[in-house]
Structure formats: C-alpha cells, structure tokens
Design a protein around this ligand. Structure first.
Ligand SMILES: [Fe+2]
Ligand SMILES: [Fe+2]
Length: 315
C-alpha cells in the first residue's frame, strides 16, 4: 500500500475550495503563508487593542460617581482583558506565542486601534466610549464571527456578545446624564464632539486607500469594506443620538432618501495618519504604561516558569 502526501497544488486547491464553500480553516489545515501572516497581524492588532483599551477607561475606575457605576466599569474593563486573552490564544494557534506578540506591541512593531490614543477627560467619556467606541467595534466585529479562520471566528462570537452589553451600558449611562442637569447634558455633548470623528476613523481608511481589503475579502477574513461598515455605523447611531438629544458634530450629516442612508462628512485623515503612526495625544503614555506593567509582571512570569519546571521534573 502506498500513500502519497498531497502536492502543494492539491493543498492549495483544498484551501481554495474550503474558502469557496464558506467553511472554516482550522489550525492543522494547510494554509498559504500570506493568509497565516495576515491573520496573525490582524488578530494581534485586535488583541493589543483590547489590552491597551483598558487604560482610558481604567483611568475613571476610582472616580466613578457611584458604587454601581464603578462596579459596571470594573466588569467592563475586566471583559476587555478577557477579550485580549481569547485573541492571543487564537493567534497562538497560528504558531506565534503571546510573549513574542507582547514584545512587538511594546517595541511599537505592531499596532493597536488608533481610538485608544485619545484621553478620557470627563466622566461622560466613559458612557460615550461604551456607546460609540464599543458600538463601532461591534459593527466591525460582528461580521468576523463568520471569518474563515475557525479559532478567530469562535473567539469573536463570545466577544461580540460582551461588546453589545458594553454598548448598552454606555448608552444607559448617557441616558441618565442627558436626563440630568444642564451641566451634565453639556458634558455629554462636549464628549460626543470629541469622540465622534475618531469613532468613524475606527473603520480604517476609505476603501480606495485600504490596500489589504481586497485580499482580506477574497480570503473570507473580512466580509465588508471599511466604507460599508462606516455607513452602517452612522445609520445605526443617528437615531440613537436623537433619543439622547445630542448633536453629532458633522454639518454634512443628513438623510439621503435616494440612497436610503445618511450622507456624512469626511473624517480628517491626516489626524488618523498621525495618530496611527504614533503622534496621537496619548500614544506615548499608553505604551509606557503597558511596558511598565510588563516589566513589573516579570517576577510573576518567572515564578510561574520555575513552578512549571519543578512540576515537570517531578513528573
Ligand atoms: Fe472588547
Ligand atoms: Fe468592549
């Protein structure tokens, strides 16, 4: 009996057929090197965003206005840590390890979402982040539950359930503020004015300037273009803003009856480029903090390693 290993052409054919049939690629399946690298880049960037994203909100944990609000915020920040962990674990199925990804993050060799380089200046920012930032994250991430790579798709199902909870709690806290005093209403509006455009930038550059989109869609990693997702987010958010009684800071924002969608203005892409490349208001602070936390945690990693070695020797 002879068995011949499949040829590279057969492996590639099998991969293409799996993608074409909208089925999942699993860790032990053969995959093109570029697909693997692209997924590592995207999942790592996503994991880093969850972890760095804990900082702007963590900033308000000790200043939350009530015990209830503090407990909710603490639970949310912990959820984000969990999202980072699932995602690092998903990246590890592609043959990298978390240590290596963390090094790349703190050496600025891998990116995280530009949104977390903006500071949280008022308590309203916490509600607005839940509403707009988690809202934009959901619009981006729900289609990833159907992504072609199994471990990423499965991690996203759980993450999206928690993100939608975050979005609702953020919105609920804004409903409380906008039903409050004039000063509270002003605080919400001022916060919306600062976060609206950076939230729109979370979808990435316009389709014409997004070099990875085409390949990523062909591989079934991405299901919609940046502009499609941005449009969906705007259409979803406008009626919610009306209920809150806040104004979205875009003079070009209006309903287009013909398109059955909202027209809206162009984000300031030069700001986006600056923030992504390290010149945002809080880039330095975020990375310094993450680097410090990593250094301060060295003894925990060493102790865990020594313990594992001791157990291994005993076995
Ligand atoms: Fe998250
Ligand atoms: Fe979240």
């Amino acid at each position: 009996m002879t068995s011949t290993a499949p040829s590279p052409a057969e492996l590639e054919e099998r991969f293409d057929a799996t993608i074409a049939a909208d089925q999942r690629i699993e860790p032990r399946d053969w995959m093109p090197e570029a697909y693997r690298r692209s997924l590592i880049r995207q999942i790592a960037q996503h994991a880093h965003s969850e972890i760095i994203g804990m900082q702007p909100e963590g900033n308000w944990l000790l200043r939350a206005p009530s015990l209830r609000r503090r407990a909710i915020l603490l639970a949310k920040v912990q959820d984000e840590a969990g999202h980072g962990m699932y995602l690092y674990a998903a990246a590890e199925t592609l043959g990298v390890d978390r240590e290596e990804l963390t090094e790349k993050l703190i050496d600025s060799k891998q990116k995280y979402s530009s949104i977390f380089n903006y500071p949280t200046l008022s308590w309203a920012d916490i509600g607005v982040i839940g509403w707009l930032v988690d809202g934009a994250a959901i619009a981006n991430q729900v289609p990833l539950c159907r992504c072609s790579y199994g471990p990423y798709a499965r991690a996203m199902i759980r993450i999206c359930k928690e993100e939608s909870f975050h979005q609702r709690q953020g919105y609920e806290s804004l409903l409380a503020l906008t039903a409050g005093t004039e000063a509270q209403k002003r605080m919400v509006q001022e916060s919306v004015d600062r976060w609206w455009w950076p939230s729109l930038m979370m979808f990435g550059p316009a389709d014409g300037d997004s070099p990875n989109t085409h390949q990523s869609m062909a591989w079934g990693i991405k299901r919609h273009t940046n502009d499609e997702l941005r449009q969906r987010f705007v259409d979803m958010t406008v009626p919610q803003a009306a209920v809150l009684g806040v104004t979205l800071p875009d003079p070009d924002l209006r309903w287009n009856d013909e398109r059955q969608a909202h027209d809206f203005g162009e984000p300031d892409w030069s700001e986006f480029t600056a923030v992504v490349s390290g010149a945002g208001p809080a880039n330095r602070q975020r990375l310094d903090h993450r680097r410090r936390a990593h250094e301060n945690g060295a003894w925990v990693r060493e102790a865990a390693q020594a313990y594992a070695e001791k157990q291994g020797a005993r076995a």
